[in-house]
Design a protein around this ligand. Structure first.
Ligand code: I3P
Length: 128
């Protein structure tokens, strides 16, 4: 099961649909392109899937899907922002490699949960 926590299967911590845009790659600014993305937090990684319809929590298994991209959360920084978008409920995620993403949801409680969960994973990795 994707929820098992043995050594061979990373623990699935959270999965859901968020609006996402990448705004920088290796420190270089990119043009925004907001899209809904199926986001999966598993182990030390945030994994993005392009097609939300083909990905559900019950169908997702580590290794058998095709992620659009994946982010290593070790050393990453999350920060709420009002300045980088006209949308509400936006936070920025920056990786050690200088990739930057904005993540957004219209649902306040949902985006807060995502922020808090990612933040706690980053803090846990910082202490390792
Ligand atoms: C962008 C698009 C984005 C918007 C961005 C615009 O225009 O409207 O949704 O970001 O604003 O430039 P285009 O589609 O022509 O690229 P937000 O929705 O996050 O505000 P920005 O340039 O102020 O970032």
């Amino acid at each position: 099961s994707p929820y098992s926590n043995d050594s061979s299967t990373p623990e699935l911590e959270k999965a859901g649909l968020l609006n996402k845009t990448k705004i920088a790659e290796g420190g270089r600014k990119l043009r925004k392109n907001w899209n809904p993305s199926w986001v999966v937090l598993v182990g030390n990684s945030l994994v993005f899937f392009k097609d939300p319809k083909s990905q559900t929590p019950s169908s997702w298994k580590p290794g058998n899907s095709r992620p659009e991209s994946s982010v290593d959360l070790r050393g990453a920084v999350v920060q709420w922002t009002n300045d980088l978008s006209s949308k509400k409920n936006v936070f920025k995620l920056r990786t050690v490699t200088g990739n930057e993403f904005l993540l957004q949801s219209e649902t306040d409680s949902l985006i807060r949960e995502w922020f808090n969960t990612i933040h706690s994973v980053i803090n846990r990795l910082d202490r390792e």
